[in-house]
Design a protein around this ligand. Structure first.
Ligand SMILES: [Zn+2]
Ligand SMILES: [Zn+2]
Length: 790
């Protein structure tokens, strides 16, 4: 069966063998077989439960009109726990109907008590919009659900505050808008019965720690008005959801984890793009065999972006409705553009059925793309993870995941997009040239066997706690009783704010002294987002978070928006704005930074003979200093251009290990090769840390040196890229031997000879990946592993 390219109905309602056949055709197209593993995730039958006796007939009938005849067992269990007043987290798979688990108790309460209100928090506006649609479609009398976010017109806001009883928003709006304006919200907060926190596993690291305090601020305001709402959380499956939800809310939370929903089978393929011949990435006319000098030659894999674009074009040309997840906004634009080009070459006009989607688009653009995919005007969509979070798209037959998305929870969330309506589907993980991806496609047990990792957050980080206490004090004076609510370190943080003149202590508590509210960004040290503005028209194209702006919006950077390419003329950090003009050069840009590091204090260490393993505070100074221009078609480096951007300073937490020079000599590492050995081990270790902790490799930095002044030994540092740390380095220290074992295996198992981006090269290395010694990195890690207790 081969649907015609113009087929408008979703494909995939064919036999169970359809995804297997599709995969067979996809893998037969190139030379060699890129598939390293195929896992068949079998279909599962659902276990229904009766409607809970407390669920009103009117509500049951409303759900029945939407096709819900009875809840699944986990939905009924979680709903009843919440209805009876317990805080609950439901942690089950994608498309398992987590929303019914909170809609049922929340809406039953709204129907029973005409004054009660519900606050729903989503990490993305798209998810909130989707939930709004779902609740509005129930057409329940008097609920008046409404989204209240940055897109909500001013004119509608007062109406929502006064009349909506089901407000959907996000943590940023709660932090910047609702809590500081609690006086205007007092009617709503006084009657607040439920707080729903959807996709709560996304609140991790520094952002998660901030959100934890925003929720404590919410609880404090509710308590001032006499309300004690029940918290209902929804999470992707994870290692210990009750503990993570408890840390996030500060409340005891019961977990419901037995997924009783049915699902179709998924054929899951791990796909490793082939290594290219050593110099095929350059435009050099010299054939590969004629070049004897390997020093300047970097063997590379075919890029995951190009591989994903080809796969997307192939599936769309077969009429298969496909979603491609690409980690970066740039990447999603490139995949969509390349797939469109390939399709138009085959059938002019067919490229129109592929588009790109990412979070930074303006409201109208986002809605239009969601609608087009829902209605089948689009067959292929390349998206960043903005679409990962529960937007209710049905009828997807294939999901392409371009690069491991950083956590197993995200991977399953993305793969779970396929086969939503119960049909058989295909998921393909395309490995990037990255050490973690290399490890995973050769260790399928790490994906299909191991439990998902626990969510890491640290509300006690003083860089989070102190500004959050300032926000709380600006909302209402802090009392001694409040300090217990905010947890460990709250008293020290308050003392610091008093000493800094921000708070004044009076007999009744601590008072905020300034007229303006504190300016606190929930997303870490990044500062306010930078606006991207087209200089000729003044049009706002989108926004980029402050932390990424030095990398993405430096002068000369190529910035892609909806497939249209812009070049940055000026980055004005003071105004938080980048001026760009439309231009389509045939190169991409890649920024690099340099780093300096000093040890402030040691928190914990392991003395393992010639090897030392440490956890402690460090000061890091980093600066984006230059950028490379590379040909889009070949990846060839055109040139490297200097940049003049300010340094960024960071007091954070690091894990580091030292080795004695003698142990390196005995292991066969020449003194002259020590810097290259440590540098290569550092790059790969950074790349593998996301296997152990719920972090992104871009959240982590590193530094290696043959002699560090503070340790007086050859040393490799890996640090949290956020002020005060976010728990990542701490997790690395706690799992050091497993982490470095995986690092060693990823390097050893890479098929390249002298090191490549799949093992020891780093795309953001400030030293241009020089020096690097792949074989000596394995020797260094063998010395560490031989001495370190497991
Ligand atoms: Zn390699
Ligand atoms: Zn480096």
């Amino acid at each position: 069966m081969k649907p015609s390219p113009a087929a408008s109905a979703p494909a995939g309602h064919g036999p169970a063998s359809a995804p297997v056949d599709l995969l067979r055709r996809l893998r037969a197209r190139g030379a060699g077989d890129p598939v390293t593993h195929v896992e068949r995730v079998p279909a599962r039958a659902g276990v229904p439960a009766p409607w809970p006796p407390w669920a009103p007939t009117e509500l049951r009938a409303a759900f029945a009109r939407r096709g819900v005849v009875a809840p699944w067992r986990h939905q009924a269990e979680a709903a009843t726990l919440a209805y009876e007043g317990g805080h609950v987290v439901v942690a089950t798979g994608t498309a398992s109907g987590k929303s019914l688990a909170y809609q049922l108790p929340a809406l039953a309460t709204l129907l029973a008590d005409p004054r009660a209100t519900v606050l729903y928090l989503a990490p993305t506006k798209a998810l909130a919009a989707d939930q709004l649609r779902a609740v509005a479609e129930l057409e329940l009398e008097g609920v008046r659900p409404a989204c209240y976010d940055g897109d909500t017109p001013r004119a509608e806001r007062e109406w929502i505050r006064r009349h909506s009883r089901f407000v959907l928003t996000n943590p940023d709006m709660l932090h910047h808008g609702i809590l500081p304006g609690h006086a205007q919200w007092s009617g709503f907060l006084r009657r607040l019965a439920y707080v729903v926190i959807d996709e709560c596993h996304t609140y991790r690291g520094v952002f998660g720690s901030h959100v934890a305090h925003v929720l404590r601020r919410l609880r404090r305001q509710c308590a001032r008005f006499g309300a004690t709402p029940v918290f209902v959380l929804a999470s992707a499956t994870s290692g210990d959801p009750a503990t993570a939800a408890g840390r996030l809310t500060g409340l005891p939370v019961t977990a419901v984890t037995e997924d009783a929903s049915p699902r179709g089978g998924v054929t899951f393929a791990l796909w490793e793009p082939p290594l290219l011949p050593p110099d095929s990435g350059s435009s050099s006319p010299v054939p590969p065999q004629a070049t004897g000098d390997h020093d300047d030659l970097h063997q590379v894999r075919r890029s995951a972006l190009r591989e994903t674009a080809d796969l997307l074009a192939d599936t769309v040309s077969e009429g298969v409705r496909t979603l491609a997840f690409v980690r970066s906004r740039k990447g999603a634009e490139v995949v969509a553009a390349n797939a469109r080009r390939a399709l138009d070459d085959a059938v002019p006009g067919l490229g129109d059925r592929v588009a790109a989607y990412r979070g930074g688009y303006l409201r109208e653009e986002r809605r239009e793309l969601e609608r087009a995919l829902l209605h089948g005007d689009l067959l292929g969509l390349a998206s960043t993870n903005a679409l990962e979070l529960g937007v209710d798209l049905v009828g997807l037959d294939a999901v392409l995941i371009c690069g491991y998305p950083g956590t197993r929870a995200s991977l399953w969330q993305q793969a779970g997009r396929a086969g939503r309506s119960g049909q058989e589907a295909l998921a393909v993980l395309v490995a990037r040239d990255d050490p973690l991806d290399t490890y995973l496609v050769h260790h399928p047990e790490a994906i299909f066997g191991a439990p998902v990792e626990a969510t890491v957050l640290d509300p006690a980080n003083p860089y989070v706690l102190t500004p959050q206490l300032a926000c709380a004090a600006a909302e209402a004076p802090l009392t001694p009783a409040d300090l217990a609510l905010f947890g460990d370190g709250a008293k020290e943080a308050v003392d610091e704010l008093v000493a800094a003149g921000a708070l004044r202590q009076r007999p009744t508590g601590w008072y905020w002294r300034h007229r303006e509210r504190p300016d606190v960004d929930l997303r870490g040290e990044g500062g306010a987002p930078v606006c991207v503005v087209e200089s000729s028209t003044g049009r706002l194209l989108g926004t980029v978070d402050g932390g990424s702006s030095h990398f993405l919006l430096h002068p000369g950077a190529v910035y892609l928006h909806q497939g249209v390419s812009y070049v940055v003329d000026e980055l004005d950090l003071a105004d938080g704005c980048a001026l760009v003009h439309a231009e389509e050069p045939d190169w991409s840009t890649h920024a690099r930074d340099v780093t300096d590091l000093s040890v402030v204090s040691v928190r914990s260490y392991v003395d393992a003979g010639p090897v030392g393993m440490f956890l402690g505070e460090v000061d890091v100074t980093s600066q984006v200093v230059s950028y490379q221009r590379r040909r889009i078609a070949t990846g060839e480096v055109i040139d490297t251009r200097p940049l003049d951007l300010p340094t960024r300073e960071l007091r954070t937490v690091a894990v580091w290990f030292t080795l004695s020079p003698q142990s390196l000599t005995s292991a066969g590492v020449q003194t002259s090769d020590v810097p290259g050995a440590l540098h290569a081990a550092e790059h790969a270790a950074i790349g593998l840390l996301p296997l152990m902790a719920t972090c992104d490799r871009w959240d982590i930095g590193g530094l290696s040196t043959a002699l560090h002044p503070d340790t007086e030994a050859p040393t490799v540092f890996v640090y949290d890229g956020h002020p005060g740390g976010a728990g990542f380095a701490e997790r690395a220290y706690g799992t050091a031997s497993a982490w470095l074992r995986a690092t060693r295996d990823a390097i050893a198992e890479c098929g390249c000879e002298t090191g490549c981006p799949s093992c020891v090269q780093s795309p953001k290395c400030g030293n241009g990946n020089n020096p690097l010694s792949k074989p000596d990195a394995i020797r260094v890690l063998d010395v560490v592993l031989a001495n370190l207790p497991t």
